[in-house]
Design a protein around this ligand. Structure first.
Ligand code: NAD
Ligand code: 6OD
Length: 493
């Protein structure tokens, strides 16, 4: 079943170094989470492959690529976007096979965003302005200060499995726009689309060594080799907060700049005056999209008491209406979790919730299909109520199709509950009271607050989190500020 979801060209997934596919050394399995079948064997990049990628990247910076101007780089980014779109169906099949996400979702979200990321940062780099100051000197004359942008050098890009090509290109595009060379390490769970992207880069004419892909695991493997390599100038990472801490430690001796997009335990606050139909429609996505495996998903939902019962039963109806099935089936809108290990983690929270006296409104277990999907990693969409706010299910990121819904009475109480977390990625507020929308949004201790919407993106805006949710902001000019060094030039006039 799985092998027809991925092109035969990628059935053996190789590393991509200096413009060549290389696959010596050990291999690991790429597994389809929908039925547990083997998609491909993947070449694991050891220290020597990572080293070769660093050498190639440094050579590229000093070669033809180093001489590219902004317009040339932007033109190349547009060509890469066109190349992704030309192979749209292959990207969708590969992403769906690796993650188990419905083809409908990969076609609507992941692959279009991959192309959009390249176009967006081509536009940003062409239009970004730089600071300039005329400075008065002590002798009454003037000096001119102006800043120029330079690439940081070789950027290591480490990404997770939940939105693989979306999140990888979100970092590759601005890094290339700024003139860097990159070495990307996709998640070991989802190596396929990064490999396809290497083919697109090669065919678009990206100079050798500018874009390199190294496959493998994290600790003790490719990820660790990459972050601790002295030839890497900066690390940008998306993944778990704990992994971020380990990477920060590895980057400390070289004082390497880091940009981190980490975990979340995001709150949604639903006021009684919200537009009920729209709120339920979008909250269903906010909890269940991508089987709840989006860092922005709302795992904590606070509902004003007068509409609490209505909200719980309307969400239950939404969960009942989800079509859990084969990812390739166009009607499927919920796929499996990424892996057996991740399903164990999610199920352990369901067990813990029951032990702590939660009401399981719906779900809490594993669906049965009577076919090969029973070898996959599905769980039921799950809604919990009745847990204390101190419960691990309310405090820790579960990263599955699950939320805990709790009532609140006052705005003050809702704000306090929403902010009572070590994370701080995103929040959503649902209300028709404009003044309250502004007031509550400003009080959220997060990087992103959505009002009457969720995961609505404008790629020019700052994206990132506070607390355990990350360091720094990417998006628009904020990405340029991470992926380039500003060099101030002061000229006495
Ligand atoms: P993860 O941290 O386990 O792995 C992410 C990547 O880091 C993988 O490529 C992995 O191989 C690599 N890695 C692991 N240990 C490493 C180490 N010691 N050194 C170097 N590399 C290492 O995360 P995951 O399970 O793949 O993804 C899920 C997590 O990502 C969730 O916590 C989710 O919230 C978070 N996430 C955050 C955002 C965001 O924008 N804030 C976006 C997507 C996912
Ligand atoms: O939309 C984005 O740019 C982004 N970084 C999304 C992150 C989603 C987390 O899973």
């Amino acid at each position: 079943m799985a092998t027809d979801l991925i092109s035969t060209a990628t059935a053996k997934l190789s590393n991509f170094v200096d413009g060549q596919f290389v696959s010596d050394g050990p291999e690991f399995d790429d597994i389809n989470p929908a039925d547990g079948s083997l998609i491909a064997r993947v070449a694991e990049a050891g220290p020597e492959v990572v080293d070769a990628a660093v050498v190639a990247a440094r050579r590229a910076l000093g070669g033809e690529w180093g001489g590219y101007g902004v317009r040339q780089r932007a033109a190349l980014l547009y060509k890469i976007a066109d190349g992704i779109e030309a192979r749209f169906d292959e990207f969708v099949r590969a992403e769906s096979a690796d993650t188990g996400k419905p083809v409908a979702l990969a076609s609507r979200l992941d692959v279009p965003r991959a192309a959009a990321n390249f176009r967006a940062f081509a536009d940003v780099i062409k239009t970004a302005s730089l600071e300039g100051f005329e400075t008065e000197t002590p002798d009454g004359k003037h000096a001119l200060n102006y800043a120029v942008r330079k690439p940081i050098g070789v950027v290591g890009i480490i990404t997770p499995w939940n939105l693989p090509i979306l999140l990888l290109t979100w970092k590759v595009a601005p890094a290339l726009a700024c003139g860097n060379a990159v070495i990307v390490k996709p998640s070991e769970e989802t190596p396929a689309t990064a490999t396809l992207l290497a083919e697109v880069m090669r065919d678009a004419g990206v100079p050798n060594g500018v874009f390199n892909v190294v496959h493998g695991f994290g600790e003790g493997s490719t990820g660790e080799h990459l972050v601790s390599h002295p030839g890497i100038d900066a690390i940008t990472f998306t993944g778990e907060s704990r992994t971020g801490a380990a990477i920060m430690k590895a980057c400390a001796p070289g004082v390497k700049p880091v940009s981190f997009e980490l975990g979340g335990k995001n709150a949604a606050i639903i006021f009684a005056d919200c537009d009920r139909d729209e709120t339920i429609q979008q909250m269903s996505d906010a909890v269940f999209l991508n089987t709840g495996q989006v860092c922005l998903c709302a795992e904590r939902v606070y509902v004003q008491r007068p509409i609490f019962d209505w909200f719980v039963s309307a969400m239950k109806e939404k969960a009942e209406g989800l079509n859990i099935g084969w990812p390739a089936d166009k009607a499927t809108n919920m796929g499996p979790l990424i892996s057996k290990a991740h399903r164990e983690k999610v199920l352990s929270y369901f067990r813990m919730a029951r032990e702590l006296g939660a009401t399981v409104v719906i779900g809490g277990g594993v669906p049965e299909f009577g076919d090969a999907r029973d070898n996959g990693f599905y769980v039921q969409p799950t809604i919990l109520t009745g847990l204390p706010e101190s419960s691990p299910c309310v405090k820790e990121e579960i990263f599955g199709p699950v939320c805990h819904i709790a009532p609140f009475d006052s705005e003050e109480e809702a704000v306090a509950m929403a902010n009572d977390t070590a994370y701080g990625l995103a929040a959503s507020i649902w209300t028709n009271d404009l003044k309250r929308a502004h007031r509550v949004s400003r009080r959220m201790n997060v990087g992103i607050t959505w009002v009457n919407c969720w995961f609505l993106r404008d790629l020019r805006t700052p994206f990132g989190g506070v607390g355990l949710s990350g360091i720094g902001r990417e998006g628009g000019v904020h990405s340029l500020n991470f992926y380039s060094e500003l060099n101030n030039i002061c000229i006495r006039l």
